[in-house]
Design a protein around this ligand. Structure first.
Ligand code: NAD
Length: 453
């Protein structure tokens, strides 16, 4: 038996003991996970620093604080989420008890990505625990140090039979994918998303795919451009552009392009000083393969600001590109790095057409003081999430479902959505063995007399 098979078998066996079904046990596990984040902040921050040069505050703001909030919410709401949900009845079932009973799915496989490794790996795990499942956790091998910390720490805090951690790269993940799961929760790029779905199809296993893509950002000329650019600069260059919901590119009228460039440059300086390389709040590209990939995107575009880089250090400073053409290399795939292309468009109509020609994005941003512009953008496009006049913050609202649509993913999570996503919502109807006369009409023979026709 391979290591991966053993982990799945252990999780299945632990699930079959039934211990994860008890709400008390689930709450205990969630509390243990909560304790991990209280006690091991330093190990977590140190690993994030080594992997992505994330500052301690950055790791807290973008990863652990959100997780702590999710855990507290799940602990507080679990009884309510797991309770039977009464539904409306029809005439035939008026005297019955009709409700939805959420039940655990079984063994869930969680495959995480490297850019916010705790958020995208542990957040689904919180949902899996809350919903009463076992879960095999596969952190991304790309964030080498964090994967090791996860592998070391999780078994010290939560039931290591129910929630085993399996580390490794593509071969190990593929070996896991050959096993039978009751749900697969994958975060990563859309190409691998297809590999996951194909493997899942062999066992008819349902999937949640949290993918990426190019998230557009339209700046209307009728807006406070300075504030808009400040928020966009934050959304783009946080974690060095390696954020699934980072604004990928800007669409705006040519008349405001210069102003946008100046304001973005100003915000870059405010946030990261004149020398981002020495700024503790500015991250690094995850590895040299990605460094080379990102630098190659610059080939056929005009740099309006930035350009400083250092391969030995995986450093690429914030870069703004102007007058970018739709055919440019940087516009073909998700950038996932600190390049901000600006594409001039004639106005809202052209922006909407441009967005609709591409795949449905994970996030769509519009900056405008005009409600009509915001509403038109919302009503005439489709995306996983839609934000007006800000970036990224919807990720932190756990009453909103987080997920993509079309090429940016399927299924959603956060808060109660995680619980529902990883539960089977079982339809229950409980009838009494009385009042059989009421059922007479449904039994054959269906004579006109009996039906009253
Ligand atoms: P990655 O390289 O870490 O891959 C993700 C996981 O897939 C890893 O655990 C890896 O082992 C596994 N994997 C990779 N190739 C595989 C293969 N051929 N077969 C089986 N498993 C394989 O991460 P990535 O894909 O570079 O992550 C970045 C992407 O993830 C971006 O597109 C980003 O937008 C997206 N993302 C989305 C979200 C979201 O919530 N929607 C969050 C973070 C990242």
């Amino acid at each position: 038996m391979s290591r991966e098979q053993q982990a799945v078998a252990r999780a299945r066996k632990a699930f079959e003991t039934g211990r994860s079904r008890s709400l008390e046990y689930r709450i205990l596990q969630l509390k243990n996970l909560q304790r991990l984040f209280l006690e091991k902040q330093k190990e977590i921050s140190d690993a994030s620093k080594k992997d992505l040069n994330k500052s301690e505050v950055g790791t807290q703001l973008f990863e652990t604080l959100g997780l702590e909030g999710e855990i507290s919410l799940a602990i507080q709401k679990l009884k309510e989420w797991a309770a039977p949900r009464p539904v409306e009845k029809n005439l035939l079932t008026l005297s019955d008890t009709v409700y939805i009973q959420p039940e655990p799915l079984g063994v869930v496989l969680i495959i995480g990505a490297w850019n916010y490794p705790w958020a995208v790996t542990v957040q689904p795990l919180i949902g899996a625990i809350a919903a009463g499942n076992a879960a095999v956790v596969k952190p991304s091998e790309v964030c080498v140090h964090t994967a090791k910390v996860m592998e070391d720490l999780l078994p010290l805090y939560i039931d290591k039979e129910l929630y085993p951690v399996v580390t490794g790269g593509v071969p190990e993940t593929q070996e896991l994918l050959r096993q039978r799961f009751d749900h697969i929760f994958y975060t990563g790029n859309s190409m691998v998303g297809k590999v996951i779905m194909e493997a899942a199809a062999k066992h008819l296993t349902p999937v949640t795919l949290e993918l990426g893509g190019k998230s557009p950002c339209y700046i209307d000329k009728n807006c406070d451009i300075s504030t808009a650019c400040r928020r966009i600069t934050w959304g783009k260059y946080t974690n060095c552009g390696q954020t699934c919901i980072a604004p990928d590119y800007i669409l705006c009228e040519p008349s405001i392009q210069d102003r946008v460039i100046e304001e973005v440059k100003k915000s870059i300086k405010d946030f990261y000083t004149d020398n981002p390389k020495t700024c503790p709040d500015y991250g690094r590209i995850i590895n040299q393969r990605h460094f080379k990939r990102i630098m190659a995107l610059l080939e056929d575009s005009t740099v309006a600001a930035g350009g400083d880089n250092d391969e030995s250090n995986c450093f690429i400073g914030p870069i703004v590109l102007r007058d970018v053409k739709p055919e440019a290399k940087v516009m073909q795939d998700e950038i996932f790095g600190p390049l901000l292309p600006i594409l001039p468009v004639s106005g809202l109509d052209e922006a909407i057409k441009f967005i609709n020609r591409g795949e449905k994005p994970l996030a769509l941003y519009v900056f405008s003081a005009d409600e009509k512009v915001i509403n038109r953008m919302r009503d005439e496009t489709s995306s996983g999430g839609f934000l007006a006049n800000d970036c990224l913050v919807h990720f932190s609202v756990n009453s909103l479902p987080f997920g993509g649509v079309g090429n940016s993913g399927m299924g959603c999570y956060h808060g109660k959505y995680s619980f529902d996503q990883l539960s089977h919502l079982r339809s229950c109807l409980i009838k009494k063995l009385k009042m059989e006369g009421l059922n007479d009409m449904r039994y054959p023979p269906h004579t006109p007399k009996k039906l009253g026709w």
